[in-house]
Design a binder for this molecule. Structure first.
Ligand code: F6R
Length: 615
């Protein structure tokens, strides 16, 4: 989603801003732009599409010396919300070529502000909500305010979730920044300061970071930064030393980040496990911190793939620990009146730690008096900073928009939580706990074996690449995986795909079956496989192309399937308990190879963003 970077006090600031924007590319965007003040004039360049278009334009202008000398610049990658993808709507948005603003989020009351500004004679060139910001700055600066006071007056007028940076030719050594719900970090340099949507976007410039808190605004100058809270009280925010620059994460010889992230799962998942399992046998999660002093029920909130991880978590926690779990879409939880009866604790799951829906659900959970926990990958993210207790997946940056290693690592933590709760509340014996820890240790090798199915999955990808629609089926622990498999396929290959609980087919979705529609089922012999095979048979009888990814026993039973992938042999209990993690691998590979066949932009699929910072 939209990314913001600003540099103050360094020569060639616009090029440094571009370096930062490159690091935000993975979030997903559809246009980009930068603005700087050079020789007293505001210069701006924008382009549609990828950053490379902006860089080419910038290079041409640099040759013309337009941008050669600037020490203040801001830039933006835009993920369209209000207004189509166009040069006019790309940021920075300006007012009379004197003020430039880059913004992430939505100004909810922009329509009324726009009408007021138009009545005052301001001319709007874009369809964006953002354009009210530069005009409001202009209005207040024209009334004699400095940048800080103008910014404060602007904040009084606007509503919504936002993070923005404003710059004016009249104050060429200052940036005004503010955040409300959307993330924003300030980087401290030597006679220079920086602003970015996250720490990573400015870690080529500094490792000293301040995260603004909600409602904060700040005046950033070359030698100092003054931060104020929502009551205009000057405040000090903690300076955090982030890890030395990790620079641009590379693809390590793979064609796409997604491919790399799928194949590195055997290596990174032990990093997840090792934070919570000691001596290969002892779980170190603090249940008191999790809010489980007593047996209570749990509410899990998340979005997208993280939500599906939550669904699997529910199955595990109920099965292993006998604790009731409710799973809710974060975007729903916030806007209904959920009952917290019997609950003491909320668990949110978010790879980025920035999904606004999930953040809002978390805040709401706090308001309701719940103890809040989060499974997150990005340390220092907004959710990490606001939650009571964070459990880190530690799988390194995930750059591909489609979540892969994050999903499996979230599952690892959920499984460990289930085991830990099982020990305390469901009489799980030490030996049983040790076995579960052992299973975690077995996972990397098992995933290596699952990855060896690659060539067979490629054949299936070839087979379904031209399908208009694909159906995924699963039962029990593999039902949420069917939903995840469908999500993965649709988001990167753009083929319409839906996942259903196998038993639900006959209650409606079976109407979708026609000749040659691929129906993909993940199946393991767990005692219920015959039921699922019957469901498959029903689809087969109506002409569907049946694709079965299953263990040997199921493959033999469902010999009618058109295409079959037999998964390697694993110990029974390990295979059935950890089936969602094991079967994630073929689901991810399938989506990846279909997308590759179709030539889509695998890592940055159309319309999608890695960090979804609007509601
Ligand atoms: C799908 C995907 C999204 C995210 C969702 C939540 O592959 O990546 O569905 O899972 O946007 O994101 P996080 O986990 O960052 O809150």
């Amino acid at each position: 989603m939209c990314g913001v970077v600003a540099v103050l006090g360094k020569r060639n600031a616009s090029h440094l801003v571009i370096e930062g924007l490159k690091k935000l590319e993975y979030r997903g965007y559809d246009s980009a732009g930068i603005a700087s003040v050079s020789q007293g004039l505001l210069q701006k360049i924008k382009s549609e599409g990828k950053l490379v278009n902006l860089i080419n334009k910038l290079d041409r202008s640099t040759k013309d010396k337009l941008y050669f000398d600037n020490s203040i610049a801001l830039g933006h990658t835009r993920w369209a919300t209000h207004g189509n993808i166009s040069l006019e709507n790309a940021h920075p948005l300006t007012s009379y070529n004197k003020i430039a603003v880059v913004h992430n989020g939505i100004i909810e009351n922009y329509q009324i502000l726009k009408e007021d500004l138009i009545s005052l004679g301001y001319n709007f060139k874009s369809q964006t909500d953002t354009e009210v910001l530069p005009h409001l700055f202009m209005k207040y600066i024209n009334l004699g305010n400095d940048l800080l006071d103008a910014g404060r007056l602007v904040l009084k007028e606007i509503k919504g979730a936002f993070a923005f940076v404003a710059m004016s030719v009249d104050f060429p050594d200052q940036l005004f920044v503010s955040r409300n719900s959307s993330p924003l970090a300030i980087g401290l340099g030597d006679k220079a300061n920086f602003v970015g949507s996250d720490a990573h976007s400015i870690d080529h410039l500094t490792q000293r970071i301040i995260y603004l808190e909600d409602g904060d605004h700040a005046l950033v100058k070359i030698n100092n930064i003054n931060i104020f809270d929502k009551n205009y009280k000057k405040v000090k925010r903690k300076i955090i030393n982030i890890q030395a620059e990790i620079g641009l994460v590379t693809k390590g010889g793979y064609k796409h980040f997604m491919e790399k992230e799928i194949f590195e799962q055997p290596v990174v998942l032990p990093q997840t496990t090792s934070s919570f399992v000691r001596n290969n046998s002892e779980i170190t999660i603090d249940l008191d911190k999790l809010g489980f002093k007593n047996k209570k029920s749990l509410i899990i909130c998340a979005a997208g793939t993280s939500y599906y991880a939550g669904m699997i978590g529910k199955y595990w926690i109920e099965q292993i620990a006998d604790i009731p779990v409710t799973v809710d879409l974060a975007s729903e939880y916030r806007y209904r009146k959920p009952s917290i009866f019997g609950q003491s604790s909320m668990l949110v799951i978010s790879q980025s730690g920035e999904s606004l829906d999930t953040l809002m659900a978390l805040r709401y959970g706090k308001e309701l008096g719940l103890k809040t926990n989060a499974i997150i990958n990005v340390e220092g993210s907004t959710i990490d900073r606001e939650v009571d207790y964070s459990l880190y997946t530690r799988v390194g940056p995930e750059i591909g928009v489609a979540s892969t290693k994050s999903f499996t690592s979230q599952l690892v933590i959920l499984f460990i939580i289930a085991a830990c709760l099982g020990k305390k509340f469901n009489n799980l014996k030490t030996l049983q706990i040790q076995k579960k820890c052992h299973y975690m240790n077995m996972l990397p090798n098992a995933i290596v074996k699952m990855l060896e199915l690659e060539s067979q999955i490629k054949i299936i990808a070839q087979n379904i690449k031209n399908s208009k629609s694909v159906i995924f089926l699963g039962r029990g622990l593999l039902y949420p995986l069917a939903l995840e498999g469908a999500l993965k396929l649709k988001e990167i290959s753009y083929i319409h795909a839906e996942g259903f609980a196998a038993g639900e087919m006959k209650h409606g979705p079976i109407a979708l079956i026609e000749d040659d529609v691929p129906v993909i089922m993940f199946l393991l012999s767990d005692g219920n496989e015959d039921k699922s095979i019957s469901n498959l048979q029903e689809a087969y009888s109506r002409g569907a192309k049946i694709i079965l990814i299953a263990d040997k026993k199921c493959i033999v039973k469902a010999s009618f399937a058109h295409l079959k992938v037999e998964i390697p042999h694993f110990e029974n209990e390990f295979q059935s308990l950890l089936s969602p993690i094991l079967m994630s691998i073929p689901a991810q590979l399938l989506a990846y190879y279909v997308a590759k066949e179709r030539g889509t932009d695998v890592d940055q699929p159309r319309n999608l963003a890695k960090s979804v910072t609007v509601e």
